[in-house]
Design a protein around this ligand. Structure first.
Ligand code: SAM
Ligand code: SF4
Length: 428
């Protein structure tokens, strides 16, 4: 059991960000980014053919006319930024959703516009839905430069897929992975969800084995989060749907960890395992990033901000002004805390990257030494010659803390932005 949030939350905040505070995001439009190195790009495509009730992401049902308005607006948003980003070199593009390939022709136009407007060279990572992955789609993605993809398999058990409202079978999802392998990408990740209502350990074992047998390069396993504002959150309250017990969830994680390690995979994040020497599929590899599209977030080292979530409001305000709904300033300590949070999630905190981003006045040890000493004493971290590695025990507690802590932030921000296209504020 975790101690009450009122006890550990202020201690953790003070330790990491320097003071106990509530973060306020307000309606303001920050200047264009000034720290132009190490910037990644994020594109949000908020459309799906069928809406899963458990899904917390910003997405609406696909309609051609609405997608066309979105497309025009995204191209305009890129155009507004391009003159200010002439000296920036972007090293990755992450395309998330929604279902980014729901209108493949439109997506291709956006990718090609990004390429011609910005100096962009690196990996293109994309989230895919098994029902939108025929061989031609995959070949077009490859031709457009997509190198890494992640497929939402979620489960291979048909009753569970139906129970959570997915519109594909287990076999369809596994076949989609097979097609992706045949077309050939640098990294193929499969997402599975565990702790589903009434899910058994045997069903979970079957999921993990089936996906690994398809030859994926990476497996990501997410516990079903129940966001109070999602349709599934309403259902849980209404029908008291039970999550499996903690011991069941631990058994699922233990099995996954052992199976992946037996097959030579490394644990590359709290919830992910990958083959050694393959690029990691991750939305958080870039510390600073610039987001385009409704609900896209930007973290540029000076500000953190989010675009309006509402597709109509987004399209209506462009090109007259930028679609930023809420923003807050980020001071160096907060930026360090944000960086630390994601590196700990990736289970390795590299000292050299800290120095490159924040040195030379501070080092990883001068800034977070006490925190790591405590984590080492508790068996949660180890010091290496190039940073700190989070141990399996540490990973378990981070997993628990993330459920309690980041969910809280995400719920406040996303819940507020989903209710109102232009909220007066969000207090996190
Ligand atoms: C944007 S979706 C993936 C792409 C595509 N839209 C699909 O559904 O196949 C990203 C992933 O988030 C995970 N996810 C979505 N809702 C979740 C929830 N409530 N709890 C945990 N994971 C969730 C799923 O594993 C999903 O594959
Ligand atoms: S899980 Fe994927 S397909 Fe389902 S609603 Fe969310 S983004 Fe759309």
């Amino acid at each position: 059991m975790l101690p009450a949030k009122s006890l550990w939350k202020p201690v953790l905040q003070k330790w990491i960000t320097g003071r106990v505070r509530r973060f306020r995001m307000v309606p303001s439009i920050p200047p264009f980014p000034s720290k132009l190195d190490s910037l990644g790009l994020y594109l949000h495509v908020p459309f799906c053919k069928s809406l899963c009730p458990f899904c917390p992401y910003n997405r609406v049902a696909y309609e051609k006319s609405s997608f066309e308005r979105y497309l025009t607006a995204v191209l305009q948003e890129i155009d507004i930024h391009a003159p200010h980003l002439r000296s920036a070199e972007f090293s990755s593009l992450y395309i998330g959703g929604g279902t980014p390939t729901v209108d493949l022709t439109g997506l291709m136009r956006i990718i090609s516009h990004l390429r011609s407007s910005l100096d962009f060279r690196g990996d293109i990572c994309i989230e895919l839905h098994p029902a939108h992955m025929d061989e031609d789609d995959l070949a077009s993605l490859k031709e457009a430069g997509v190198t890494m993809l992640s497929v939402g398999v979620e489960s291979t058990t048909d009753e569970l897929l139906q129970r959570i409202g997915r519109n594909h079978s287990g076999k369809e999802a596994l076949d989609a992975l097979g097609r992706a392998r045949r077309v050939g990408f640098d990294t193929i990740n499969a997402d599975l969800m565990f702790a589903l209502p009434d899910q058994t350990v045997d069903q979970w074992r079957h999921d993990v084995l089936a996906v690994l047998d398809q030859g994926v390069d990476q497996l990501s396993t997410y516990p079903m989060f129940t966001f109070p504002y999602s349709d599934h959150g309403r259902e849980v309250r209404a029908r008291s749907v039970q999550r499996p017990r903690d011991s069941t969830i631990r058994a699922m994680l233990r099995f996954t960890d052992q199976e992946c390690i037996d097959r030579g995979f490394d644990r590359c994040a709290v919830w992910s395992w990958n083959r050694p020497n393959t690029g990691k599929f991750s939305s958080i590899t870039r510390h600073r990033y610039l987001g385009f599209g409704p609900s896209a977030a930007t973290m540029d080292g000076d500000h953190f901000y989010v675009n309006t979530f509402d597709v109509d409001a987004y399209a209506d305000c462009l090109p007259a002004h930028r679609p930023v709904a809420l923003a807050m300033e980020v001071d160096t300590r907060l930026e360090m805390a944000y960086w630390l949070y994601w590196r700990v999630y990736e289970l390795f905190v590299p000292a050299a990257e800290f120095d490159r981003l924040f040195g030379p006045e501070e080092s990883l040890d001068s800034r977070f030494g006490t925190l790591f000493s405590t984590a080492r004493a508790a068996g949660m971290a180890e010091k290496t010659s190039d940073g700190y590695v989070i141990s399996p025990a540490g990973a378990y507690w981070i997993h628990r803390l993330q459920n309690e802590y980041s969910l809280n932030y995400i719920n406040r921000l996303w819940g507020t932005c989903r209710r109102d296209p232009w909220p007066a504020k969000a207090v996190l």
